[in-house]
Design a protein around this ligand. Structure first.
Ligand SMILES: *Cc1c(COP(=O)(O)O)cnc(C)c1O
Length: 498
């Protein structure tokens, strides 16, 4: 299988795409063809375990890996006890829970950081180090990550003490939840570094992209025998593992008799950087019987407008919301969507991305817009509606959902109720305890105080990875200005030998 940049035609293997993270022209590596899945394939897949399914799906995209290699990585990621459903001894990596008629929550947050990012970031370090080996790369790799809260911690956990790698994470100072901050500040491992940046997530993301593009930074870091790469969803190695759980959830609905094989279902995803919903789109293009993909946003509703009108316009107020992992105005993976919507017109994608960079806006028209609107529906909801939904869902069936999942549930109920829909449930409610507690009780508290009160109020189990943060020493408390991001990375790559 061949990969290209979204901005110009070039030929790369999956190993090359994963090792590099971002393409040399600033575009995103993307497979030029999407492998097809037939109904017979799906029937055969019903007997596979999650790890076996992951190996099967990944093998279709990563033809320079053997299925045995991929199965080994999947088993190490998903079957080695790192996933645990709180309050039980179930070690299944994912779950599916019916909320209301037709509403199926795809529970993706049983991993070591209590958010869905673990689904990709537990396997991606293995894909990345194997890719480097396949390419004969002798340099070490430094992963730089911009995070709105969840990716950073998941990447730190995935890469900590992985030989030949080091990882640096930038998060917006004051822009993540108290728990998320504690998770990152207390990160263990000898190869990790964390910085709070005076700016928002878009500043962090742009800053990291600029470092990747900086000849100076690459030369200085390169002189230390280190290459840069990414663990954000601009890296194909992040996206591919996310396709698996959409297929899994569909098969699970069939097994449970909720739907018949081949029946169409919708998929609703709380969306920020457009990575998770893009994985659903790719699954759909493979042939999954997914009817509409519903893109749910919070008050930062740039994608809602884009899907409704074709106008992508980031020149708008940036809001800090109860769902901080979706507080994003520049959704990177829309770029991959454009590539597919235009049947691989890289010149067109490059032009639109240039317009976005220079003017803050671009407009999609013609066939690409038609295709976009035939597949996607969009909606948004504010913090008040998010809180109402958390309360509704708790009162309806004692299901505790986090603020991001609540956005998805609310948008779904507003625009397309009454169909079988898979809703991506992306984080443990305890990760956003302050917002969830306020929604349920009106009380305001922070950090462990919020966790304890939420636990007391609901009687539901606190995930072990969050509970165990109590009393951990802070290792990283550096706050830097945005224009110091590059020098921080350069210093980090100088500071110790691999
Ligand atoms: C990252 C994240 C999202 C958004 O996912 P994207 O792939 O960026 O669209 C939603 N919810 C939670 C809890 C997240 O951590």
């Amino acid at each position: 299988m061949n990969y290209t940049s979204t901005r110009s035609i070039l030929a790369a293997s999956s190993a090359k795409a994963i090792a590099s993270g971002i393409a040399p022209d600033g575009g995103l590596y993307t497979p030029t063809e999407i492998p097809a899945l037939t109904l017979e394939d799906l029937v055969a897949m019903q007997s596979l375990s999650y790890s076996e399914l992951a190996a099967d799906v990944l093998a279709r995209f990563m033809t320079d890996f053997t299925k045995e290699e991929l199965l080994e990585y999947a088993r190490l990621a998903y079957d080695s006890g790192r996933f645990l459903r709180p309050g039980t001894d179930s070690r299944e990596a994912v779950g599916l829970r019916e909320l209301h008629d037709g509403e199926h929550l795809l529970e993706l947050y049983f991993g070591p950081t209590s958010a869905f990012k673990d689904m990709a970031l537990q396997i991606m370090p293995r894909l990345l180090t194997a890719s480097l080996k396949k390419l004969g790369e002798e340099r070490g790799v430094c992963i730089l990550v911009a995070t709105s809260g969840d990716t950073g911690k998941a990447a730190l956990e995935g890469f900590r003490d992985v030989e030949g790698t080091r990882i640096g994470v930038y998060f917006p100072d004051g822009g993540v939840s108290e728990i998320q901050r504690m998770q990152m500040e207390t990160q263990e491992g000898s190869n990790v570094r964390v910085w709070a940046v005076q700016g928002n997530f878009d500043d962090c993301q742009t800053g990291v992209k600029n470092i990747f593009a900086s000849a100076d930074a690459n030369a200085e870091i390169g002189a230390n025998g280190i290459m840069l790469s990414s663990a954000n969803s601009i890296n194909w190695g992040r996206l591919a593992p996310q396709i698996v759980y959409y297929i899994w959830s569909y098969l699970e609905l069939c097994k449970r008799g909720d739907i018949s094989m081949g029946q169409q279902v919708n998929v609703c995803v709380p969306t920020g950087n457009f990575g998770n919903i893009l994985a659903a789109y790719i699954a759909r293009r493979m042939g999954m019987p997914f009817s509409k993909l519903i893109c749910a946003s919070n008050a930062n509703n740039v994608l809602t407008d884009f899907i409704k009108t074709g106008v992508y316009d980031r020149r708008r107020t940036f809001y800090r919301t109860l769902s901080p992992s979706m507080d994003i105005l520049i959704s990177s993976n829309v770029e991959r969507l454009l590539y597919y919507l235009t049947d691989g017109d890289t010149a067109y994608v490059a032009e639109k991305m240039q317009e976005l960079k220079e003017t803050g806006t671009y407009t999609l028209t013609g066939k690409a817009l038609e295709e976009l609107q035939s597949v996607f529906l969009s909606g948004c909801c504010d913090d008040e509606m998010t809180a109402d939904t958390i309360r509704d869902v708790w009162e309806e069936n004692h299901c505790l959902i986090d603020t991001h999942t609540a956005v998805a549930v609310r948008v779904l109920r507003d625009i397309l109720p009454e169909y079988e829909t898979i809703i991506a449930s992306t984080a443990s409610a305890y990760k956003f305890s302050d917002g969830v507690l306020a929604a349920l009780t009106g009380d305001h508290a922070d950090g462990f105080d919020a966790i304890d009160r939420l636990q007391h109020h609901t009687g539901s189990a606190v995930p072990a990875p969050l509970d165990s943060l109590r009393g951990r020493a802070v290792r990283f408390d550096t706050v830097i200005e945005k224009d110091r991001m590059e020098s921080a990375a350069v210093d980090f790559c100088r500071s110790f030998d691999l």
